[in-house]
Ligand binder design. Structure first.
Ligand SMILES: [Mn+2]
Length: 316
């Protein structure tokens, strides 16, 4: 048996669906949403599989740990996040700095469809269409399939509402839905349309409450939904902030801290490392950082580190 373990967002879901289009239907697992860790459910799935795909998961250490504990028979790791490359006899490692994992998966499996674009728009939004080479390719694919940019953007939002409401099974089910879906099937799925409506009204309420000072947006709120990246994207992409520091103080008993900057910064990697040294689960790439943890004391340390970074790297 083979399985796919994938990120919970539109890129992870599209990428997993692409793998299955080429390899056939496989069990799909996503980690506990918002937390960069594996749980016993995933471990037993991996343990009973000959081959496990790890897709769009910025968790190289966790995968190496599974391999070292004898849980992995063989794995193929495909990602586009900045990370320490894996060197392990049981793991085939693929990482290229592409806009999304879906582009890398498409390349590796010789696939091309609107799913390739869905992942890219999921991670970059409309900016995908401005990325050298990839933007043009994305437009060409949409052209061939008769899909408008507006439609693909809407489809991303509908697919993403599953992880935004922490619906782990909804995320995994979405892979199978996409496996056989045309764009219109996505755009007309009532269950997703309703979820999206609820989320959008919550996000807009929170975005309105943000303060923007010297180009930096700061916002705090309480929500059981995983909407923090949505809030930060909205403030940086559409409200013109150079950076956004968002804090969810009521994330199912935990704190969730998220940083997005408008221009990628190489030092983001160091910041992620610093937070990990504090003992905080953190992940990200050149322009985003996300973390979930418990403890008011840790929150103080995390915010201190991020403010230091903002002062030295973002404020002019
Ligand atoms: Mn991705």
């Amino acid at each position: 048996m083979e399985i796919v373990v994938h990120h919970w967002d539109a890129d992870g879901i599209s990428s997993a669906a692409i793998v299955m289009k080429e390899r056939g239907r496989l069990p799909a697992f996503t980690p506990p949403i918002g937390e960069f860790k594996f749980d016993p459910r995933i471990e037993s799935g991996v343990y009973s599989s000959k081959l496990s795909y790890f897709i769009d998961l910025n968790m190289p250490e966790a995968v190496v740990d599974l391999a070292n504990r004898g849980i992995i028979s063989k794995a193929i790791f495909i990602d586009h996040h900045i990370q320490k490359p894996i060197k392990h006899e049981k793991i085939e490692y693929y990482n290229k700095p592409y806009p999304s994992a879906s582009f890398l998966v498409s390349e590796l499996f010789n696939h091309e469809s609107y799913l390739t674009v869905l992942g890219g728009v999921g991670d970059l939004g409309e900016k995908l269409f401005e990325v050298e080479d990839f933007g043009e390719r994305a437009e060409k694919i949409l052209d061939i399939e008769g899909i408008s940019k507006k439609e693909i953007i809407k489809a991303v939002k509908l697919v993403d509402c599953n992880h935004l409401t922490l619906d782990r099974y909804g995320v995994e089910e979405a892979v199978f839905y996409l496996l056989n879906a045309e764009i219109d099937d996505i755009l007309s799925r009532d269950e997703w349309i309703e979820k999206l409506r609820d989320i959008e009204s919550e996000v807009s309420r929170i975005v309105k409450s943000a303060r923007i000072e010297r180009g930096i947006a700061r916002v705090e709120f309480y929500s059981p939904n995983s909407i923090i990246s949505r809030v930060a994207r909205e403030l940086v992409w559409n409200k013109g902030a150079k950076a956004c520091l968002a804090i969810n103080r009521g994330f199912n008993g935990k704190y969730q801290v998220y940083l997005r900057i408008s221009k990628g910064n190489e030092k983001m990697k160091n910041l992620i490392e610093k937070l990990r040294l504090i003992g905080v689960n953190a992940g990200g790439k050149a322009e985003v950082l996300g973390s979930v943890f418990e403890g008011e004391d840790k929150l103080k340390l995390v915010v201190e580190e991020i403010e230091k970074f903002l002062n030295s790297e973002v404020v002019e």
